[in-house]
Design a binder for this molecule. Structure first.
Ligand code: SF4
Ligand code: SF3
Length: 552
């Protein structure tokens, strides 16, 4: 075929910092990448029809919302690598489009994303996908392309959070309708750069809304997290390791493994679940296994137990554990066992349970080593008066929020070095999987509080915002007036949603690294620098100095 076999630049590890064109650094093949382009093309087409219907006062069925949400989430980095799943979703998208076409009036002209009809075979779909590629329109203004892609990537992050909330039966109509509005907007050639910037900020608003929704869902269902010690070493016996973000999946597995002699370990972004009273009440939730996502191939290699991947980040499973890793929800890998949900969302985990028992588990226990989690907004703000007086007395100088994704590329030692360099009279708040760079180090205490406070998963950026706004109120200032520095690490698109959320709240001076997104054009970057004082990270020493210049 006379074209680049694929083009994807949605994550931080994209080839050469520009784009994956032959094969994804993540393991995504050109076939999957192109099917994903076409799936998004279809989601945009569906959205064009939905926006019209919404404007006519019609309500879009949640089944369609879920389909578009799943399409966005499926195409997020490290989620789904199964071609058949994509083909099935494409077929469903065509059915949805057909039904919607019958509901809109026939006299309006729609963009190609809407009028395109899916071909019958996978080979033809792959041919068609050329025109769905990000770089297909060579003449497109680079700032327009950059903003369109920023919106789509932010939307992917939003879809992951909304999907998680929906599993707990929480939904927000405003967010649901926004999928359609935003996806329609990125097909609309008449929108100016300014209008696209507005839509980008609106994506940030929706990211705040969906993180709040998920916080409500998690804290209502599992109660507010409280400080809880977690063993990070292994224990004797059969086990299942649960990775990803979805607390409902973990809960169902805990229920089904109770009394069966199986130890459950959290992995990656599942670590904060130990803080939730309704999850840590299960005594067989014994600890946390391993480091961040990029260590999984080495850490899962040949271990005598099972792994369950509930969201992102899945890497190519090695043959040494391909028979014992399971996926669920939108996650998939060709040839890896998938656990489906029934129509009520219930999942039968007996296959993974039987396999874990058959494998026998670890032969002996290691000496326990504990770390502390559970500092969501409720727990942290229960210490608000101590924090405020410590700041006033000068015992507590500055807060650092060092959070975001971890990743495999070099340059991420910056975050470890920075955390280690933070002076002893400062507190570090952390969230998402980037914390694995330093969460097993000893930070001690300041003003009677641990110096390292684990706020939670990436979606708990909302919790960090709640903490910051409450402190800002107490000091009669705004978040930008606090002695607080935010140092973000990004890898995939949830971090894009988090960043847009913070920007939409007017947070300024965020440090972003380890590198800048390839999809941000020079002009868009300049806009972000001028408007939000967004700063690429430099060296830990330099950035620390800049941070500590701020005070109340
Ligand atoms: Fe490349 Fe990242 Fe896209 Fe994978 S998700 S193909 S690594 S840019
Ligand atoms: Fe990590 Fe994937 Fe982003 Fe939820 S699990 S933060 S990288």
């Amino acid at each position: 075929m006379d074209r680049n076999p694929m083009f994807c630049y949605q994550c931080e590890q994209t080839a050469g910092g520009k784009g994956c064109t032959k094969m994804g650094v993540c393991g995504k093949t050109p076939e999957i990448a192109n099917l994903q382009d076409l799936l998004l093309h279809q989601a945009k087409g569906i959205s064009c029809y939905c926006v019209d219907l919404i404007e006519k006062g019609e309500t879009i069925e949640k089944e369609i919302v879920s389909f578009v949400e799943n399409s966005l989430f499926t195409t997020l980095t490290n989620v789904n690598f199964d071609a058949e799943v994509h083909v099935e979703m494409l077929k469903k998208s065509q059915q949805i489009k057909k039904d919607l076409r019958n509901r809109v009036s026939g006299d309006k002209s729609y963009p190609d994303q809407a009028t395109y009809n899916l071909s019958d075979t996978k080979e033809e779909m792959l041919e068609d996908s050329i025109k769905a590629g990000i770089m297909y329109d060579k003449d497109l203004n680079e700032d327009v392309r950059s903003l369109r892609q920023t919106i789509i990537f932010g939307l992917k992050g939003v879809s992951a959070y909304a999907h998680q909330a929906r599993a707990l039966k929480y939904e927000d109509d405003q967010v649901d309708n926004f999928y359609f509005r935003a996806l329609e907007a990125v097909t609309n050639g008449n929108l100016s750069v300014e209008e696209l910037i507005q839509m980008t900020m609106r994506t940030g608003d929706m990211s705040v809304a969906v993180m709040k929704l998920l916080d409500d869902a998690n804290t209502t269902k599992y109660m507010h997290p409280t400080p809880h010690k977690v063993n990070v070493n292994i224990q004797k016996g059969p086990f299942i390791i649960v990775s990803g973000h979805d607390l409902r999946d973990l809960e169902m597995l805990l229920e089904q493994t109770e009394g069966k002699g199986i130890n459950i370990y959290t992995h990656g972004e599942m670590l904060p679940s130990h803080g939730y009273p309704e999850l840590n009440k299960y005594s067989h939730l014994v600890g946390n296994y391993g480091g961040a996502w990029q260590d999984q191939q080495k850490e899962f290699d040949g271990i005598p137990g099972c792994m369950l991947m509930t969201t992102n980040c899945l890497m190519r499973p090695r043959e040494t554990y391909k028979d014992r890793i399971f996926t669920t929800s939108v996650v998939g890998w060709d040839g890896v066992e998938y656990i489906p949900a029934d129509k009520d969302g219930y999942k039968d985990f007996s296959k993974i349970i039987d396999k874990a028992l058959e494998l026998g588990g670890f032969q002996s226990s290691e000496k326990p080593k504990e770390i502390l989690v559970g500092f969501g907004h409720n727990a942290t703000l229960s210490h608000a008066s101590e924090i405020i007086s410590a700041v006033k007395s000068g015992d507590l100088r500055h807060f650092f929020l060092i959070g975001g994704c971890d990743g495999a590329r070099p340059g991420r030692n910056y975050y470890t070095d920075l955390a280690k360099m933070v002076p002893k009279d400062c507190i570090i708040l952390t969230l998402a999987c980037g914390k694995y760079r330093f969460n097993k180090l000893q930070f001690g205490e300041v003003a009677g509080l641990p110096r390292l406070l684990d706020v939670g998963q990436c979606n708990d950026a909302y919790s960090a915002v709640r903490i910051a706004t409450a402190l800002a109120d107490a000091f009669d200032t705004d978040v930008n007036g606090l002695p607080l520095s935010i140092v973000l690490s990004w890898y995939e698109q949830k971090a894009v949603a988090d960043l847009l959320a913070l920007l939409s709240l007017g947070v300024k001076g965020i440090f972003l690294g380890p590198s800048l997104p390839a999809f941000i054009s020079p002009n868009v970057l300049q806009y972000l620098v001028d408007t939000f004082n967004l700063r690429p990270i430099s060296t830990p020493e330099e950035d620390l100095k800049t941070c500590l210049q701020q005070s109340v």
